[in-house]
Every structure is written in C-alpha cells, then in structure tokens.
Design a binder for this molecule. Structure first.
Ligand code: PMV
Length: 334
C-alpha cells in the first residue's frame, strides 16, 4: 500500500498592535472589528500532517504527548471541516511541536493553527492561495489568520452585510508599513491560563459595559495605526498599541465575573515601562490573554531594554523582530 507523504509547515506567533477582542460569529470566527499585528521571529510552531486512510480516528500529538480534551477536540473539528471541504474521508496523524509554552497568552494558538492550516490543506491536496489560507486558519483560532503572513498584517473583519461573510474576513500584509521595531517579551509566567481567550472574549462581549466604547475606539485605532506605520512613527504606534491593549484588559476586568489576566508582576512591568518612557526611552507595553508583558521599542535599544527588564523582574526576556509568514518546510513542492 502506498503511504501518503508527510507535509510539514512552520508558523510564527504574531503580536497584535490593535487587538482582536470579540466575535460576531462564534462558528465562523468572525471578529467585530479589524485588527492589526506584527508577526514575530521567535517561538515557531512546526506541524506535520500525514493522511492515514486505514485509521479510524485522527491521531494528534502535541509536544510529544497524545493530545486530549479541548486541544484534541479543536484540532479534530478543524480537520473535519477540511475533510468536508475536500470531499475526503481519510483520517490524519498530526504532530505539532511548539517552542513556546501553550496557553500562556504567548500566541501559541496563532502559530499552531496557521501551521496546521497549511500542513493539513497541503496533505488533503487543497490548493489555497494565501488569502484563502488566512480564512482557513481563522476558523481554527482568529489570530491565526494573521500569522499566515510575515511582517505587519491587517485582518479584515469583513462587513456583516457581505453576501458571504466568510469570504470577506481575511488577513493581508501591509506592504506600505515601514517601521523598525523590536518586541521584548517579559516571560513572567509560562503556565497555562485559568480562563481561555475564547471564554474570556465571550464573557466580555456579553457582560462588560466598557466593551462597546473600547470597540468603537479600536476601529479608529486601526486607521491611525496604519497611517503611523506608513510614516515609520514609532511613538504614535507605541502609544496607540499600549492604550488599545490596556483598554482591552479593562473590558475583560469589568466583565461579570471578571477575567483578570494581569498579575501584580504584570502591573509592576507596566509601571516600569512607563517610568522608562518618562526618562526618555522609547518603550510601550502591550499584553494579550495572559500575564506576560511585551514591550515595543527601537531595534537598536532592544537588548539593553531587555537586560533592564530582566534585572528589574528577575524573569527571562526575549527579543523578537519582524518574522516570516507560514511556509511548508517538507513534503510537497512549493
Ligand atoms: O485567536 P485567539 O482566539 O487566541 O484570540 C487572541 C486574542 C488576543 O491575543 C488577546 C488579541 C489578538 O488580537 O491577538
């Protein structure tokens, strides 16, 4: 019997400068507003997929261990969706390796679903252009739509009036962005979070009185951010990104019951980054669905700033720069 080739793809996480927070359609993973990110060059995820027509069910291995629970369920339902699309029945063996702790708000799901989308679509011989690939990755985890591309990326929410809402929501690279920026990630905590971003988002949209205000300002932030990126204006980019992220955390902290990802250590770093700025450094904070703080700064200052933040917190830091989009590394001709 002929064995199907194993297709391997690699993807990197991205950090949103204007956040995606709130879905208007849970099933299609359609966001309420556009978001904008930078794909990073750290913490890649590598995923291999092989079709196994004789297997009764999908086999999913994450970081060397068989996946269970919600992780397995999400990957298997993503594969079901692909099989329906491809008109194929074969089960798959998925082997995924992260270089970042999973579930700690370090965007492992963005890199994970971007790599899975490309490896699995190739294994099922579904020919997708990059736009279609970003739509597919979006169905696994919203932010994964953006990790399909390298550099600065815009994810279109798409209009609710669009005839096909799925088609209208995709990511694209921002080719006119010309900003030289680094991201210093302060790794305060790398254990899995108590509340998933999916649940936190749902709860925020349903119960936070602050959410509508944040959403309205986020829409304005995307326009202002695009202009600042095209100008190469780091102080404006940093200021918009920091306020957008802090505003997002305020919406979830005012949900019922509240979702609190920020710890004492996070607040300590946020305050220190403000103090650095007061003494003339170009540093701005951003955070995702977890306690870790990422600091935007000029690339030429990044290692010095990382050293200071390590000394102040006693925690490891890592410097990231602009990273590449998802690509196949083995198994098919590209
Ligand atoms: O893609 P998800 O469902 O893990 O949502 C991620 C949301 C944030 O990371 C908090 C913000 C963003 O835009 O990446």
């Amino acid at each position: 019997m002929r064995t199907a080739p194993t297709v391997t793809a690699v993807a990197h996480p991205n950090i949103a400068l204007v956040k995606y927070w709130g879905k208007r359609d849970e099933n299609l993973v359609l966001p309420m507003a556009d978001s904008l990110s930078l794909t990073l060059d750290i913490f890649p995820t590598t995923t291999s997929v092989q079709l196994c027509p004789d297997d009764a069910q999908d086999m999913v291995v994450v970081d060397g261990h068989p996946a269970t629970g919600e992780v397995r369920r999400r990957i298997a339902s993503f594969l079901d969706m692909l099989r329906t699309y491809a008109g194929r029945r074969a089960r798959a063996r998925v082997d995924t390796r992260n270089t970042v702790p999973v579930g700690a708000g370090l965007a492992s799901s963005a890199a994970g679903f971007a790599a899975l989308a490309l490896a699995a679509a190739s294994a099922y011989e579904i020919d997708l252009d990059r736009t279609a690939l970003s739509r597919l990755a979006r169905r696994g985890s919203g932010s994964a739509a953006r990790s399909v591309f390298g550099g600065f990326v815009l994810w279109h929410a798409g209009s609710s009036d669009a005839e096909d809402a799925d088609l209208a929501s995709y990511a694209e690279p921002l080719d006119d962005a010309r900003l030289d920026v680094a991201v210093v990630a302060v790794l305060l905590q790398t254990g899995p979070k108590a509340v998933s971003s999916r649940e936190a988002m749902r709860r925020t949209v349903a119960t936070s009185r602050r959410f509508p205000g944040w959403l309205a300002s986020s829409r304005l932030d995307v326009t202002a951010m695009r202009a600042a990126l095209a100008e190469g204006d780091l102080p404006t980019v940093g200021a918009i990104a920091e306020l957008n992220a802090l505003g997002m955390h305020a919406t979830m902290e005012s949900a019922s019951p509240p979702v609190t990802y920020r710890t004492r250590a996070s607040h300590h770093v946020l305050a220190h980054v403000r103090r650095m700025r007061e003494r003339g450094e170009q540093t701005w904070s951003t955070m995702d669905a977890g306690p870790n703080v990422k600091v935007l700064c000029p690339t030429s200052d990044a290692h010095r700033i990382a050293d200071e933040l390590s000394a102040v917190t006693g925690c490891p830091t890592i410097v990231a720069r602009s990273g590449p989009g998802t690509r196949v590394t083995a198994g098919v001709d590209t």
